[in-house]
Design a protein around this ligand. Structure first.
Ligand code: AMP
Ligand code: MG
Length: 404
């Protein structure tokens, strides 16, 4: 089987993943979701001219020279508007966020004033010009401004903007419900002593956590043995209740790689030997229209395969645009030799990143690089991308995918 470049496999996956249906959710459930519609401001923000400072609302024309004494005719706090106006020679005590009273066109900050002890007057110590420290209505948003376009990721700030225009809900692409199924007769869960040949199922908690931490809804589909009928039944049930399914194990060249057999029978699948290490075996296709990602069984491979292929595909289902599908990639400096042999594959080395005072990212190996050595993957926060060849020497530049 010929090795297929990572890019080609990724493109194949993305071509089959479509953004999920639009649903309306409360703002409190929208963090990290992708807007499916446009939202406009129905009102200006701020809604009225207000003070940017604690101080005094004045007529700038009265304070062209300083010091100037003004008569204080009342106080306007943030909140209900009191019936006050500022006439010639007058001032109103005002707090940050309070409505600027009619007649006033500038605010003098309290630090530039000396109020009389009885509060009846104030000496303004600096001249002010019209508009000083006044926050104008509509200065942030005008009525009709677009605040969210389809494809906008709802970050904390965006949710604040939506709240600012009075929205209590927002239409987003439904978060994909992503099923995770482990396969293999050797697998067990829990802490009981292992019988000879048994292996603990580490992929399922890892993949469920990757799904959750990527902002999708994890669905634990449990473990299924190397049994064709059981795998068939579990996969049929999985695509009924999930928007996408991740399996791990059973997709390589072994004798009981039955996931492969079943998926070929019930789905429209394609099998890859990807030109990458780890994560060479990978399967992808649709079962009853639902994307199924056949991830490799080796723990590091399943995580790397998730990063390279599943996460971008799932983000596409969640509505993310082309530029927002992948982890960020930086140009880093190898903090030590990162050696490899030529084999026609890209090697992804588990690395720990540090950011130097020079603003540059440096990477060092996170430990054992075997595809079964989950500890180094767990310690890593990046994957150094070593193109086919001999690797890079300490001090040379290397591309790094940032995982954290
Ligand atoms: P397979 O692709 O099914 O041949 O599995 C490849 C390797 O990954 C074998 O050593 C399996 O025991 C191991 N493996 C498969 N699934 C899991 C899992 N869920 N957790 C930990 N190791 C696994
Ligand atoms: Mg297996």
């Amino acid at each position: 089987m010929t090795l297929v470049p990572v890019e080609e496999v990724r493109a194949f996956v993305l071509a089959a993943c479509r953004p999920g249906p639009a649903v309306e959710v409360p703002l409190g459930e929208a963090l990290g979701a992708v807007a499916a519609g446009e939202v406009r401001a129905g009102e200006p923000v701020p809604g009225f001219d207000n003070s940017a400072m604690d101080g005094f609302a004045v007529r700038a024309a009265d304070v062209t020279a300083a010091p100037t004494t003004l008569r204080v005719v009342g106080t306007q706090l943030a909140g209900p508007v009191v019936p006050l106006s500022v006439g010639e020679g007058e001032a109103v005590r005002i707090m940050t966020g309070a409505a600027v009273p009619p007649g006033a066109d500038a605010i003098v900050m309290v630090e530039r004033t000396t109020p009389a002890d009885d509060g009846s007057s104030v000496v303004v110590e600096v001249p002010v010009s019209p508009g000083t420290s006044v926050r104008r209505a509509g200065e942030d948003l005008r009525a009709g401004d677009v605040v969210v376009t389809p494809g906008t990721v709802l970050t904390p700030g965006r949710l604040g903007v939506l709240a600012n225009v009075g929205a209590t809900s927002v239409v987003v692409h439904r978060r994909p419900r992503v099923g995770v199924l482990s396969t293999g007769d050797e697998l067990v869960s829990g802490g009981a002593p292992l019988a000879p040949g048994q292996v603990r199922d580490s992929n399922r908690p890892t993949l469920l956590a990757l799904v959750a931490s990527s902002g999708f809804v994890p669905v634990d589909l449990g473990r299924v043995g190397d049994d064709e009928a059981a795998i068939t039944a579990d996969l049929h049930a999985a695509v009924e209740r999930c928007d996408a399914v991740l399996t791990s194990g059973g997709v390589s060249m072994g004798d009981v790689d039955l996931v492969k057999v079943v998926l070929d029978r019930i789905g429209d699948m394609r099998w890859f030997q990807v030109a990458v290490k780890p994560a060479k075996p990978f399967a992808f296709g649709l079962v009853d229209g639902v994307p199924v990602f056949g991830l490799p069984g080796n723990p590091v491979s399943s995580m790397v395969s998730f990063e390279l292929f599943a996460r971008p595909g799932l983000r596409r289902l969640a509505g993310f645009g082309d530029g927002a599908l992948d982890r960020p990639r930086v140009r880093a400096v190898a903090g030590e030799d990162l050696r490899r042999g030529a084999d026609g594959k890209v090697h992804l080395v588990r690395v720990v990143t540090t950011w130097g005072d020079d603003g540059r990212c440096r990477v060092r190996s996170a430990g054992g690089q075997g595809s079964h050595q989950l500890s180094a993957m767990a310690a890593a926060d990046g994957l150094a991308v070593l193109p086919d060849g001999r690797g890079v020497a300490a001090g040379a530049e290397v591309d790094v995918l940032l995982l954290a």
